[in-house]
Design a protein around this ligand. Structure first.
Ligand SMILES: Cc1cc2nc3c(=O)[nH]c(=O)nc-3n(C[C@H](O)[C@H](O)[C@H](O)COP(=O)(O)O)c2cc1C
Ligand SMILES: C=C(O[C@@H]1CC(C(=O)O)=C[C@@H](OP(=O)(O)O)[C@H]1O)C(=O)O
Length: 449
């Protein structure tokens, strides 16, 4: 079983995570995790705190010479802002508990509910842990999971599709959102797919028909389109470069610019914005998750993980809510067979999951983030102690954090998928896990062809 816990206050000395259940022998360079941490810190609309922090992971246990040992992995991320908060946040008796006390709960944050639940009279005791600063630790843990998935030829990519009222254009009948954005970003979609760069050779390299990674079979597709030969993937390396170059992690250039203008408008108005991001996973074998129990369904686990991210209020898989308005004939992905390709689909409206089990198509999930609760033009609230009406507290804040949340989304999706892989393929060493995976792929070949 793969599990993890995080600890740490936003302005405390550091964030910590402990991960258990990783196989021994997994290469885990700090730089790999740091790259994801840097992406999480990015995104247009972030507040002043991100100019202070420079998140870097330090492994404290479970890793030696850059490889996992099989023992629990402990990791640590320093809070640079601690330097300004030491007196107030000191874990010892010296803490100045009378300083920077917060008593005016912000609507939409955990302030009031948390203070009532834990008996706090200073809301600081709530916001320090409710803060999405915690997501730095989750991204670090998720990066470890992502590294494991790479070894199995499974790759994750996320992009922002909406910020406030600005969304990437609805895809045409024969297009899905990612390929439409790609085409706009420079005709990449036309270049088509390339073979998977990493992973278990047979999972991707031999193209055993497990992974049909065509972006054109994405959710939002109402038309049908032939998929490329099995084992082909979109050029994820290039895609990631394009995405990282966008300040809002959106491929559609015009939309990205409009998103930034909208964030500027919100900032000037003392307001905040939410949005929607989409995560896609390529190279998944059929058979992860299970329909046999509610808590083993992968759709439920993924939705739970995404909903557990601060400010995420909705999750869709595949067509999601749009599917509810359509007849079944326009929703379900018909099954075809050919000698070259085995079983295959021409559409992927299910988003890669049927019955809570991966079906071999790319996974497509979207999450909706509400607007940031802290407003520079604060909403009305009531003082926790005096019960007098006041404008809510203004803590330094982001105006929009959807791009950052997208990186967190990638991390938690990676985690759930890695956990499902560990559950299915097991093994104390990476070598053993890969051999088990290979055996499963060999078995699948006998069923698919
Ligand atoms: C990456 C990220 C950054 C965030 N930044 C802020 C912020 O600067 N100010 C704020 O009030 N809320 C911010 N939030 C949202 C709050 O953490 C969140 O709304 C709060 O914890 C209450 O949880 P809930 O919205 O899930 O109910 C952020 C969320 C994420 C995912
Ligand atoms: C620190 C992070 O995000 C924080 C999340 C957050 C909140 O209320 O969720 C409030 C802000 O905290 P501060 O008041 O210290 O600026 C954000 O900066 C981070 O993402 O690393």
């Amino acid at each position: 079983m793969l599990r993890y816990l995080t600890a740490g206050e936003s302005h405390g000395p550091a964030l910590t995570a402990i991960i258990e259940g990783l196989p021994a022998g997994l290469a885990l360079p700090e730089d790999y995790v740091n790259r994801q941490l840097a992406r999480r810190q990015g995104g247009y609309g972030r507040g002043g705190r991100m100019r202070i922090e420079q998140d870097q992971v330090r492994f404290l246990a479970g890793v030696r010479g850059g490889f996992t040992l099989g023992s629990p992995v402990a990791l640590h991320i320093e809070n640079r802002d601690w330097a300004s908060w030491q007196e107030i946040m000191d874990p010892g008796a010296a803490a100045r508990l009378d300083q920077r006390v917060v008593t005016r709960p912000r609507p939409g944050h955990a302030d009031l509910a948390g203070a009532l639940k834990y008996g706090h009279r200073d809301i600081r005791n709530v916001l320090e842990r409710a803060s999405a600063r915690e997501t730095a630790a989750r991204v670090a843990a998720g990066s470890v999971a992502r590294r494991l998935l790479e070894e199995l030829g499974i790759e994750i990519i996320g992009h922002v599709v909406r910020i406030g009222p600005v969304a990437v254009p609805e895809p045409g009948r024969d297009e899905d959102i990612l390929s439409a954005c790609l085409a706009e970003a420079g005709g990449m979609a036309e270049q088509g797919a390339v073979t998977m760069p990493t992973g278990v050779e047979t999972a991707a390299g031999e193209g055993g028909g497990m992974c049909s990674g065509d972006v054109s079979t994405g959710a939002g597709t109402s038309g049908e389109r032939e998929m490329p030969p099995p084992g082909k993937f979109p050029d994820l390396f290039h895609l990631r470069e394009l995405l990282d170059a966008s300040p809002v992690y959106c491929l559609h250039r015009e939309t990205a610019e409009a998103m930034m203008r909208e964030i500027d408008r919100a900032r000037e108005a003392g307001d905040s914005l939410g949005g929607v991001f989409e995560i896609r996973v390529y190279g998944l074998p059929p058979g992860l998750g299970s329909y046999v129990h509610w808590d083993r369904r992968l759709d439920g686990r993924l939705a739970g993980a995404l909903m557990s991210i601060q400010a995420i209020k909705g999750v869709e898989i595949g067509l999601g809510f749009a599917g509810a308005a359509l007849p079944g004939s326009q929703v379900h992905d018909e099954i075809f067979y050919s000698r070259e390709r085995g079983f295959y689909r021409r559409t992927n409206r299910a988003g890669g999951l049927e019955g809570g089990v991966t079906n071999g198509e790319p996974l497509i999930v979207r999450a909706a983030m509400k607007p940031i609760p802290t407003l520079y033009k604060p909403l009305r609230s009531v003082d926790l102690i005096s019960k007098e009406p006041f404008a809510a507290s203004v803590e330094r804040s982001d105006v929009c954090a959807v791009p950052a949340a997208c990186v967190v989304g990638e991390a938690v999706v990676a985690w759930e998928l890695a956990a499902a892989c560990v559950e299915k393929f097991g093994g104390d060493t990476l070598q053993e896990m890969k051999a088990n995976y290979q055996q499963y792929l060999d078995y699948l070949k006998t069923r698919i062809w």
